[in-house]
Design a binder for this molecule. Sequence first.
Ligand SMILES: NC(=O)c1ccc[n+]([C@@H]2O[C@H](COP(=O)([O-])OP(=O)(O)OC[C@H]3O[C@@H](n4cnc5c(N)ncnc54)[C@H](O)[C@@H]3O)[C@@H](O)[C@H]2O)c1
Ligand SMILES: [Zn+2]
Ligand SMILES: [Zn+2]
Length: 368
Amino acid sequence: MRMRAAVLEEFGQPLVVQEIDLEEPKTGEVLVRLVACGVCHTDMYTASGVDPSGYAPTVLGHEGAGVVEAVGEGVDSLRVGDHVVTLFSPQCRECEHCLSPRTNICLAIRDQQGKGYLPDGTTRLSRDGEPIRHFMGTSTFAEYTVMPAIALAKVSPEAPLDRACLFACGLSTGLGAAMYTAKVEAGTTCVVFGAGMVGLGAVAGCRLQGADRIVCVDLSQERLQMARHQGATDVMIGGADTVEAILEMTGGFGADHTIEATGLVGVMRQAVESARMGWGLATMCGVAGKGETLDVIPRLLITGRRVAGSSFGGVKGRDQVPQLVQRYLDGDIDVDAFLSHRLTLDEVNQGFDLMHAQDGIRSVIEFA
Ligand SMILES: NC(=O)c1ccc[n+]([C@@H]2O[C@H](COP(=O)([O-])OP(=O)(O)OC[C@H]3O[C@@H](n4cnc5c(N)ncnc54)[C@H](O)[C@@H]3O)[C@@H](O)[C@H]2O)c1
Ligand SMILES: [Zn+2]
Ligand SMILES: [Zn+2]
């Protein structure tokens, strides 16, 4: 079929919206009609050419939500008409990692996905007979996508898809970092560094876990206001003396949990240093620049602080994204507050401009 998609033709150049071809789903695959798609940093990062594993041409986009239009052979988990959220982090439910409760990092299709192919090593996207590679296994800056069934979470049809799409990446990452990676306990003190989509999600996650005190650190007063709305009990502007300020607030000990959502290694270090002696857990969500390293004084670890990393918030996508969406429908999470701008597919580059200007939390593309 023919469809419109935003193609990254050349690094550092605007995406070009155009008609390309999409083949029908093969065994284990599903055709999804996209209804909405968020614009995330990873799309911009890859478009810029800074990502060493990036390639072009490709169709970017990974925060998608839509409706199943057709299923390939052997797909019994989804039916035509189901509402789905796309998962750049799939869940096959069969590999060693999926069978373990300790991680959400599925091993089933990692290698091919990383290279831009569907699990059978080919692409469904093409132009004039030349294959175009997929991006993050999702390629959702397009009217339609073909994806493996194991990379689609079936969500309640009651959830508006322009909000459900935020659960495809940033929001679930933040919520999950608090709920599934850190497993924040009721009554604890938590510090969240960063109040973008991920940090605000983490604030909400700490609140849902019953944290007593939630401190949010950011550079923007406006974003800190949003953090208060999501459940932060204290807010502060970040800087060189942040660790000192947190130690002071916590009787000199530090916080039970710190969650980093900035991507800055200097802030990651602050997250480690403001975790509590004895059992403080510092959870890292941010993606640092290539080659950057995190400096930690080993004595901080010997005295009981721990460091964890969190990919997609530790969320097992097919099982837990529907649960998180349900909590939104139950009124536990205010997702509307994150949806700042609505764009058409043709305005996709504007989504990058808005993100660059830190204008709003998320821009969402809506497909007519
Ligand atoms: N682990 C994952 O699976 C995953 C998924 C999505 C995003 N991410 C990463 O998470 C990070 C956050 O994503 P986002 O969409 O929320 O980004 P964002 O840019 O919207 O938010 C980052 C926030 O950090 C704040 N900040 C900057 N310097 C700071 C400082 N010194 N102290 C405190 N706050 C500071 C900024 O003001 C901003 O509000 C990024 O690195 C992103 O790549 C990771
Ligand atoms: Zn993302
Ligand atoms: Zn798996």
